[in-house]
Ligand binder design. Structure first.
Ligand SMILES: C[S@@+](CC[C@H](N)C(=O)[O-])C[C@H]1O[C@@H](n2cnc3c(N)ncnc32)[C@H](O)[C@@H]1O
Length: 230
């Protein structure tokens, strides 16, 4: 899968991609991520990417021309046939595991990171296919949101997470939260590992985990257990 990131601050991504699962996904060629600095597509001596808003008011608006040029360049340079252009914005639909699974099936994603007050509305009108938010709060820019998307989507690509079972048991994969996990020592400061987990009886262990996942979901996220007609 290829992800093209359009940003004013490509350096922000360096550390996130250099470690753990994302580094492995890139090293194994399961994920190809390229960065394009929107400023490189701006014109004039000052390479301006933002300007004052029509109608007045505070904050600067990201100009449409550099963003259009950048997307057109990416599409032509990489011969993309059906890229999905995603704009990270608090006004988009809220990101979740299901959206990540859908996006992981796409061949090419272009992630647009906004900054300042907003992007020019015409970018949304004519360039963007999907708008996605990572939650009901306002970030300074779309970079952190893009990193969240990349991380979650990467886990959905077959081969990225070594043990596929750890994904299918993750919270939200089924409409359940994950069950409790324990490792050694068996007794830590008087707190014991549940007997069933050291019984060696895998059928019982699976049942216990399923029960715990349901219990935990009922307590913490009962909304996940509701069907559409409830
Ligand atoms: C300061 S915000 C602009 C917020 C905008 N004025 C609004 O109220 O909808 C600058 C940029 O950060 C990004 N951003 C902020 N919050 C976000 C969120 N919750 N999810 C995704 N992107 C976000 C967007 O790319 C946005 O263009």
């Amino acid at each position: 899968m290829r992800i093209f990131v359009l940003t004013l601050f490509p350096e922000m991504f360096t550390s996130v991609l250099a470690h753990s699962m994302l580094k492995r996904a890139i090293d194994k060629n399961l994920l190809d991520i390229r960065f394009y600095n929107i400023r490189d597509f701006a014109e004039g001596k000052h390479k301006m990417t933002d300007d004052v808003p029509y109608g007045g008011g505070g904050g600067m608006v990201m100009k449409p021309e550099p963003i259009f040029r950048a997307v057109e360049h990416i599409v032509a340079a990489h011969q993309l046939t059906s890229p999905v252009v995603v704009y990270l914005t608090p006004q988009g639909r809220t990101f979740n595991q299901q959206i990540a699974r859908e996006l992981a099936l796409k061949q090419d994603l272009i992630l647009l990171c906004g900054h300042y007050e907003e992007v020019d509305e015409r970018v949304r009108m004519a360039l963007v296919d999907q708008e996605i938010s990572i939650g009901d709060y306002v970030l300074t820019g779309g970079e952190l949101a893009a990193m969240v998307l990349i991380d979650v989507i990467a886990r959905m690509i077959p081969g990225v997470v070594g043990n596929e079972q750890s994904i299918t048991h993750d919270s939200f994969y089924q409409p359940l939260l994950d069950y409790p996990h324990y490792t050694r020592p068996q007794n830590f400061r008087g707190m014991q590992v549940p007997e069933v987990l050291i019984s060696g009886n895998h059928k019982k262990i699976d049942e216990w985990r399923q029960q715990e996942a349901i219990q935990r979901t009922k307590q913490r996220r009962p909304d996940l257990l509701m069907t559409n007609d409830e």
